[in-house]
Design a protein around this ligand. Structure first.
Ligand SMILES: Nc1ncnc2c1ncn2[C@@H]1O[C@H](COP(=O)(O)OP(=O)(O)OP(=O)(O)O)[C@@H](O)[C@H]1O
Length: 233
């Protein structure tokens, strides 16, 4: 589905990604892990063309998207929910959702307005509210709902549960599990390692812009020293 090879990314003179290989298979849930500042967001942004990698390649569904504008990369079937949610202050919940609606790259329209509202009943009760007048949890639901309206094949969630109350967080994880069941692939960055170990098919751990672990959850569960060393648990 997505395949990045030998990515090197710099911010000015600062070398942040050191030749990263990263892939996501169709329908696969990949947890991207690592301490603060290790390069997780930079890797996501490099693959999406938000930050230009100095070298390396990114392919989506076999198509080379290296160097493409972010909007063109996204149109290959990707929905990106960045840290911080990005609501428009002058649009209502209804407008945010309808504006995002489109068929998937394969023509699918599984995620309709009605289905998104069934998935997030709280949004259905707030259709006329401005996005910026929602609670943090509701904004996050709207962000994910908006992403689903594009019928993506790959959903990227960067810190989707950050700063949310435990009950709201639980609701968001519930929805993320439901999305996984529908066969949408995902890349999830999140600090809740316990949830990720149960949810993800594969885990990739970054340390200083390099991949130090790429494998299933079984090894991480049976050998706790890997998480202790690289995540600090
Ligand atoms: N726009 C930028 N300009 C310069 N340096 C940056 C920029 N964004 C990130 N960095 C630096 O690049 C490194 C990787 O940051 P990045 O945000 O990718 O890490 P992260 O693993 O996503 O961490 P976090 O969980 O804190 O977001 C850090 O040293 C950070 O300070």
């Amino acid at each position: 589905m997505l395949h990045a090879t030998a990515l090197h990314t710099y911010y000015g003179a600062s070398h942040v990604l050191h030749g990263i290989d990263f892939r996501v298979a169709k329908g696969e849930t990949v947890a991207l892990m690592g301490r603060n500042g290790m390069g997780k967001s930079t890797l996501l942004k490099s693959m999406l063309g938000i930050v230009a990698p100095r070298s390396g390649k990114v392919a989506i569904l076999g198509r080379d998207v290296t160097g493409m504008e972010t909007s063109a990369v996204i149109r290959q079937g990707i929905a990106y929910v960045p840290e911080g949610r990005g609501m428009f202050h002058n649009l209502t919940v209804r407008e945010h959702l309808l504006m995002a609606a489109r068929a998937g790259t394969d023509g699918r329209r599984d995620w309709t307005y009605e289905r998104v509202l069934e998935t997030f009943p709280r949004l259905a009760e707030r259709l006329d509210n401005l996005g910026t007048h929602l609670s943090g949890g509701e904004q996050q639901m709207l962000s994910i709902g908006r992403a689903l309206m594009t019928n993506p094949q790959l959903l990227i969630l960067d810190e989707a549960t950050e700063g949310l109350a435990p009950l709201i967080r639980r609701d968001i994880w519930h929805v993320i599990r439901a999305i996984k069941q529908t066969g949408i692939a995902s890349i999830i960055v999140d600090k809740n390692v316990g949830v990720l170990l149960d949810l993800a098919d594969r885990h990739v751990i970054l340390v200083k812009g390099e991949v130090v672990y790429d494998g299933g959850p079984e090894t991480l569960k049976s050998d706790s020293s890997i998480l202790e060393r690289h995540i600090g648990l």
